[in-house]
Write a protein of this length. Structure first.
Ligand code: ADP
Length: 260
């Protein structure tokens, strides 16, 4: 019988993936109230890349981010950060993995009001008993334009500055990957443009890996690659996206879903 190569069970370019989902499914509820939030999703998030996850509300964007980053459990399949399989980790191990290897930025800035910007930035490392690499911290703080603001408390900072502090906090430990869930959702358009520019610079200039959930085509256009979700499945992807290109693709999904 002729030899046939085994079908690869992992997506190509596996060696460069900072995070990966293979056949990932997430089902909420049971019986009639069951919701399939993720339906057999396989995707690689390339190291040193900026990836945006787009899709209409309810398409599974946040669920995908939460399952791949260890914030939520999944029903079946596999999710990895680097070479670490999340499904096999206990709660404490997951907490440690999130703390040591992952940076998070959410729509809400989640800064502690009584601490200065610098204290907020180093807090996760302080809690972990780790010392910040001052050279790296300086680089991050300078890139984010925060050097003159480090002694200010959050109430003395604009929304855009507070979110930049949150990004600096996420990057302070030079994480394996940084996840953003609608990080520009609470910002005006100028601060949003600035923040997206900083996220892109953290990838291009500092070699970080960013995965960002967004519903905004302009935000997605800052990424190197956009993956599109609909009904819990990846339905398309775009490299070197433009805002118009993303918008047109989203409109075509709307039309298809109305026709079907
Ligand atoms: P998106 O981020 O694209 O708006 P989500 O990932 O939040 O979408 O949600 C995907 C689907 O899963 C939606 O149908 C949503 O209603 C459902 N869902 C999300 N969280 C829960 C939950 N805790 N319990 C039940 N259903 C949920």
């Amino acid at each position: 019988m002729p030899y046939s190569a085994p079908v690869p069970s992992r997506p190509v370019q596996a060696e460069t993936a900072a995070a990966r989902a293979v056949g990932l499914s997430k089902i909420y509820g049971h019986g009639e109230t069951q919701v399939v939030a993720l339906d057999n999703v396989s995707v690689d998030f390339g190291r040193g890349r900026f990836t945006a996850i787009m899709g209409p509300s309810g398409s599974g964007k946040s669920t995908l981010m939460h399952c791949v980053s260890g914030l939520d459990t999944f029903s079946s399949g596999s999710a990895r950060i680097g070479e670490t399989e999340l499904g096999s980790l206990k709660d404490k191990q997951l907490t440690r993995l999130r703390r040591d290897k992952i940076g998070f930025v959410f729509q809400a800035f989640n800064l502690l009001p009584t601490l200065t910007a610098l204290e907020n930035i180093t807090l996760p490392m302080d809690i972990a008993g780790r010392t910040a690499d001052t050279q790296w911290l300086d680089t991050v703080v300078n890139m984010l334009g925060l050097s003159g603001r480090l002694k200010h408390r959050p109430s003395e900072l604009s929304g855009g500055q507070q979110q930049r502090v949150a990004v600096a906090r996420a990057l302070a430990s030079s994480p394996e990957i940084m996840f953003g869930d609608e990080p520009t959702g609470n910002l005006d358009s100028r601060s949003s443009t600035e923040l997206l520019g900083f996220l892109r610079a953290s990838v291009r200039e500092l070699g970080q890996t960013v995965v960002m959930v967004t519903h905004d085509p302009v935000a997605a256009s800052y990424a190197d690659r956009v993956i599109f979700l609909a009904d819990g499945r990846i339905v398309d992807e775009m490299f070197r996206p433009t805002a118009d290109g993303v918008l047109n693709l989203m409109k075509s999904f709307d039309t298809k879903s109305r026709v079907s």
